[in-house]
Design a protein around this ligand. Structure first.
Ligand code: DER
Length: 225
């Protein structure tokens, strides 16, 4: 594993220490959350009794292939602990997520979760959010309206492409990655984006993370508010 992957694994191994027997565990999406799923599968093999709630079809199939029993998010009233990645996090544990295109389901799972644990390699820590563009999941018929509305807020949005075609999410929607520049007040921008009809979910996760665990070399560093 290269340094960054080792840091992801270090963070994942620290995060799974918060999982208890009979927990309902939110399973994140992305290359960092991947290491969590591997660790959880190992614990399940050794007798840990948990049920997982996946944040994407990709995570669902990976978890199932590794023997983790899954629940649909409609089957639970709360989730005990979720372990997920992020594209950026700041000192207030506000996040930008959605780099993997899964942030709508991730945000629902995070909203259901008692203890939302974010894991990351050291490069994800920033002073101010915004170097990473804000992913916004949009219902296709509202695309042009939403792009214009975000432009009025100072966000230049471009539809995410994959293999030369518009990227389609698990929920059959589009993603626009919007460049707002450095974001001085993530909570305020989040509120404004929440007002735009046609946005299913945006990647600013404000006041959702309980802690962020960062792999720094071989050490796990835990940030709390
Ligand atoms: O799409 C997502 O929200 C992912 O969690 C993403 O933000 C982090 O992906 P990575 O762990 O592959 O960098």
């Amino acid at each position: 594993l290269n340094t960054k992957d080792l840091e992801k694994q270090v963070a994942a191994r620290e995060a799974v220490k918060y999982i208890r027997d009979n927990d309902i565990v939110g399973l994140g999406t992305g290359s960092t959350a991947y290491y969590t799923i591997i660790e959880v599968a190992e614990l399940v093999k050794n007798g840990l009794k948990i049920k997982g709630v996946p944040t994407s079809e990709h995570t669902a199939s990976l978890a199932t292939s590794l023997g983790i029993e899954l629940l649909d998010m409609n089957a639970v009233e709360y989730i005990d602990v979720t372990i997920d990645g992020a594209d950026e996090f700041d000192e207030n544990l506000n996040l930008i997520k959605g780099g993997g295109g899964a942030h709508f389901r991730e945000k629902i799972v995070a909203s259901l979760t008692k203890k939302e644990i974010i894991i990351a390699d050291a490069a994800k820590k920033v002073d101010q959010l915004g170097k990473f563009k804000v992913p916004v999941e949009i219902v296709p018929l509202a695309l042009n309206y939403v792009v214009r509305a975000m432009a009025k807020l100072g966000g230049q949005g471009a539809v995410r492409m994959k293999d030369g075609k518009q990227f389609i999410t698990d929920n059959h929607n589009l993603i626009v990655d919007a460049d707002f520049g450095l974001i001085g007040d993530p909570a305020a921008l989040s509120e404004k984006l929440n007002q735009i009809e046609g946005i299913l979910a945006h990647g600013l996760f404000v006041n959702l993370a309980a802690m962020v665990i960062v792999g720094q070399g071989t050490e796990a560093v835990t940030y709390t508010k």
